[in-house]
Design a protein around this ligand. Sequence first.
Ligand code: OKP
Ligand code: ZN
Length: 342
Amino acid sequence: MNTIFSEDHALHHGKYELIDGQLVSPFENPSRLDHIIARVRETGLGAVIEPLDFGTAPIKRVHSEAFVEFLRTAHAEWREEHGDCDALPLCWPSRTLRHVLPETIDGKLSYYSFDAGTPITAGTWQAITASVNVALTGAEQIRAGQRAVFSLCRPPGHHASADLLGGYCFFNNAAIAAQSFRDAGATKVAILDVDYHHGNGTQAIFYDRSDVLFVSLHGHPAQEFPFFLGYSEETGAGEGEGFNVNFPMRWGTGWPEYSQSLDTALDHLREFSPDTVVISLGVDTFEKDPISQFKLKSEDYLQIGARIANLDLPTLFVMEGGYAVAEIGINAVNVLTGFEQA
Ligand code: OKP
Ligand code: ZN
């Protein structure tokens, strides 16, 4: 299986994360990919290939033009006001407030975000466009006949919706890849999100559509980030009714319960019978993940890959989360070797 990878991911490197009342070094940092790419090479998974440049047109099929242009200039505007430090919002249009676009960079940053955990740094634009290109290059290789490709994206994307960043995510790499399959002629695309966190951005993007099925396994939003989406009663709207399927699970969930949900999720994919599958691949379901509360073990990831392989469909793996850095390479690549050995 080919891996698509760009060194440009390292240009996105926040200085701080405010978590549990403490200012710490960000969990979503470049060392994550150092470990994954090292494991890809060590296991001989396949070729490691640099992405092609697709420009912003495929991004704008999913994100609003205004949001894309905001991200392009956000750090330069921030730097003019505040100097060369991370751009972070601290105020949002919650409940009684109005969703009106302000003029200043601080106001715009608040308007286009939903949390304070997603810093924009000097290199963020270059890293997030590279991350999209990694996803789109993988998609192109699938269209050219590869059975499976690993798009080693960073930063992740599944929390980002049409005009909202958050949860370490800016552009929704998996959604942009899925839309690229549709635009290249695929009739039906399924996205299976196995990251520990609900893919609220991906759900929102495709919620009223029947051509892209979204199925997600994740920590229950009553307990876990992103808190305000991901319940099982969210089944789609209008044309999209029945094409959104959520499997929220409680803190402490281990392989016995997880694998049952996974099998039911895969049954939904089989019934939909897509041309192509996109996997939002997070390995933050791992027992030692520092910000998550599931109990999966390294060997379980082999099983996840094998069960996905049994769908017998062209499969694009798009990297999302996973913060237990010492084991992230083993866990992510286990999914891929489990897939290949099935
Ligand atoms: C991104 B991805 C936990 C705070 C979590 C944001 C998590 C974003 C995860 N107490 N903050 O889905 O792995
Ligand atoms: Zn996650």
